[in-house]
Design a binder for this molecule. Structure first.
Ligand SMILES: NC(=O)C1=CN([C@@H]2O[C@H](COP(=O)(O)OP(=O)(O)OC[C@H]3O[C@@H](n4cnc5c(N)ncnc54)[C@H](OP(=O)(O)O)[C@@H]3O)[C@@H](O)[C@H]2O)C=CC1
Ligand SMILES: O=C(CO)COP(=O)(O)O
Length: 319
C-alpha cells in the first residue's frame, strides 16, 4: 500500500497510476474535497474528467495510515514545510517521497532538506522528471527519476513506485534531481515570455540553452552531478516544460510576455523559485542572467523590452 498526500493534479495522477499496483490512499487536507471526490469518484477541482479507480481510498484523516507505508508528498513547494510540520506525528516512521519542484523562498532549501529538517532521521527521496499530470492519469507512457541518497532504499522505492505507465530511473543524487526540476520552471517562465512577446522559436532555443547552462552553474556549485542534470529530471523536464503550453509555468510566462491576465490560483512553482535561486546565486557570487531576467519580469511585467535589452547587451563571451 502507498499513500499520496496532496490531492492536486499531480498527486491524483500518481494515485491513479499507482492503483494499478495495489491499494492507494489519497489524502487531502480539505474534508469537503475528500467527500466530493468520494461521491463523484473524480477530482473535479484539480484533475477533472478522469475517473478515480476503486483501489483508491480517499481520506482527509492521516491517523488511519498503516505503519511504515511510503508517503508521496505532492503539495506545492512553498507549502511543503507547513504541511509536514502540521502532520509530523502521523508522518513519522514513513519513508517520505517529495513530489514537488522548487526551492523554498524563506530558506533556499529543496524538498528533501526540508523533510530532514522537519522530521530528523526520516527516510527521504524525491520523485521528479518530465510528466504532465494529465498524461500520467490517462495512462500515457512517462519516465521519471527517483532519487534517494540511500541506494538500497532507492532501489526498493523504484520497484514499489514503478507502474505499467510510469517507468522510474534511480539516482542517489537528490541535489541534482531536485535542482533540475526546480530551476527548469524558472527557464520555462522565460521561454513562455519569449513566445508570448512574439520573439520567435529561435530566441526561445537560445534562452533554453543559456538557461540550461545557468542551471548547471548553480546546481553543480550546490553539489549536483552533471549527469543528473542531463537526465530526465534536468534536460528532460526543461525541454518538456519550455515547449508545451500544457505547462502552467510556460503559460504564465506566455501571459507575462503577451501582457494578458493569468489566473492567480493556478500553481506556478517557478515564480517563487526564481527569487530563491537568484538569492542563493548572489550569495555565492554566481551570475544567473536568465533567472535575473525572469525575476525582473515578475517584479515589472511591463519591463520586457528593457529585460531583453539587458540580456542582449551583455559582454560577448565564450560559450
Ligand atoms: N501538475 C503536474 O503536471 C505536475 C506537478 N508536479 C509538481 O507537483 C507539485 C504539486 O503540483 P500540482 O499537484 O500540480 O498542484 P495543484 O495546484 O494541482 O494542487 C496542489 C494541491 O496541494 C494542496 N495543498 C496546498 N496547500 C496544502 C497544504 N498546506 N496541505 C495540504 N495540501 C495542500 C491543494 O489543496 P487545495 O485544492 O485545497 O488548494 C491542492 O490539492 C508541484 O511542486 C508541481 O511542480 C510535478 C510534475 C507534474
Ligand atoms: O513539472 C511539470 C512537468 O514535468 C509540470 O509543469 P507545470 O507545473 O509548469 O505545469
Amino acid at each position: 500500500m502507498i499513500c499520496v498526500a496532496g490531492a492536486g493534479a499531480f498527486g491524483t495522477a500518481l494515485a491513479i497510476s499507482l492503483a494499478a499496483n495495489g491499494p492507494v490512499i489519497l489524502w487531502t487536507h480539505d474534508a469537503d474535497h475528500a467527500t466530493a471526490m468520494r461521491e463523484a469518484r473524480e477530482n473535479a477541482r484539480r484533475l477533472p474528467g478522469i475517473a478515480l479507480p476503486e483501489g483508491i481510498t480517499i481520506t482527509a484523516d492521516f491517523d488511519t495510515l498503516p505503519v511504515e507505508i511510503p508517503v508521496l508528498l505532492a503539495v506545492p513547494m512553498q507549502q511543503l514545510r507547513g504541511m509536514v510540520e502540521t502532520h509530523a506525528e502521523a508522518l513519522r516512521g514513513h519513508p517520505l517521497i517529495a513530489c514537488c519542484k522548487g526551492i523554498e523562498l524563506s530558506t533556499g532549501n529543496g524538498p528533501t532538506a526540508i523533510l530532514s529538517e522537519t522530521l530528523p532521521g526520516a527516510t527521504t527521496a524525491i520523485l521528479t522528471g518530465p510528466s504532465f499530470a494529465a498524461d500520467i492519469a490517462r495512462g500515457l507512457p512517462t519516465a521519471l527519476t527517483l532519487a534517494c541518497a540511500d541506494a538500497a532504499i532507492g532501489r526498493h522505492l523504484q520497484q514499489a513506485l514503478t507502474t505499467p505507465n510510469l517507468r522510474l530511473y534511480r539516482s542517489t543524487d537528490t541535489t541534482g534531481a531536485e535542482l533540475g526540476g526546480a530551476l527548469k520552471n524558472v527557464i520555462a517562465i522565460g521561454a513562455g515570455a519569449v513566445m508570448g512577446a512574439g520573439l520567435g522559436a529561435s530566441a526561445r532555443a537560445a534562452l533554453m540553452t543559456r538557461g540550461n547552462a545557468e542551471i548547471a552553474r548553480l546546481a553543480t556549485a550546490l553539489g549536483a552531478q552533471a549527469e543528473t542534470l542531463s537526465g530526465l529530471s534536468g534536460f528532460g523536464d526543461l525541454v518538456l516544460t519550455c515547449t508545451s503550453d500544457a505547462s502552467r509555468n510556460y503559460r504564465f510566462g506566455h501571459a507575462l510576455g503577451a501582457g494578458t491576465p493569468f489566473d492567480p490560483t493556478i500553481t506556478v512553482e517557478g515564480a517563487a523559485t526564481a527569487r530563491a535561486a537568484l538569492d542563493r546565486a548572489q550569495a555565492m557570487g554566481l551570475d544567473l542572467p536568465v533567472t535575473a531576467a525572469v525575476v525582473a519580469l515578475l517584479d515589472r511585467p511591463d519591463s520586457l523590452p528593457q529585460v531583453m535589452e539587458t540580456l542582449l547587451s551583455r559582454p560577448l563571451k565564450e560559450e
